[in-house]
Design a protein around this ligand. Sequence first.
Ligand code: SAM
Length: 214
Amino acid sequence: QQSSPLPTAEQYVDDLYAQDEQLEFVLQSIRDNGMPQISVKRGYGRLLTLLVKMTRAGRVLEIGALGGYSGICLARGLAKGGTLMSLELREEYAKLAHENLTKAGFGNTVTYMTGEALPNLEKLYAHNERFDFFFIDADKGNYPNYLEWAIKLGTPGAIIIGDNTLLHNKVMDPAEQGNNVRRMREFNRMMAEDPRLESVMLTAYDGLTIARIV
Ligand code: SAM
C-alpha cells in the first residue's frame, strides 16, 4: 500500500484554514497574468493581518506589491480610517494589485506609488508622511537602504517586518557571497544590533524578522 507523502509543516498550517476566496482570486490573477508566484503564504498573510491589528497600526507602508496578496492581508488588519501606502516597481503589477484590493473592498484604503522604491521613500519623507507599520518585501539588495528609510519614516514604536531574511538558507552559508546575500546579512545584522531597534528573527517560511523602533 502506497502512503501519500507527508505535508510540510507549512502546508499543514495552511490547510487548517478555510479557503479564502479573495486571496484565491489574487493568486489566480497572478497566474493568469504570467506574474511570479511569490506572494506570501496563507499563514504568513494571517500573521500580517494579526500584527497590524494587534499593534493598532493606522498607517502601513509596504515595499513590493506584486498582485496585492500581502496588501489585502495588511489592509484587513487596519481599523476604519487606516491607510496603506504600497510601493511597486512595475506599473502593471500595481494596476493589478489595485484592481484586486478594490475587489476586496480596499480600493479607497490603498495608494500605489510606482517605480523604484528608494526615490519614492525620499519623496514620502520630504512630504512629511510618517508610518507606524512597514512590510519590506522587494529587491533584496536594497534591504539595508529600506531599513534606514523605515527608521526615518517610522513613528516611535513603529513595527518593521522584513521578509525572506534567510534567503533560502544562503545567509548562513559562507560560500554564498553574491550581492543579495551580503546585503541580506547586512540587513539581519542591522536588525539585530542597531540601537534604534529591538527585534526578533523567526526561521518560519523563508525567514521573517520583526522589529520595533524604540
Ligand atoms: N508582497 C507581495 C505579496 O506577498 O503579495 C510580494 C512582493 S514580490 C516578492 C516583490 C515585488 O517587489 C515585485 O512585485 C517587484 O516588482 C517589486 N520590486 C522589485 N524591485 C523593486 C524596487 N526597486 N522598488 C519597488 N518595488 C520593487
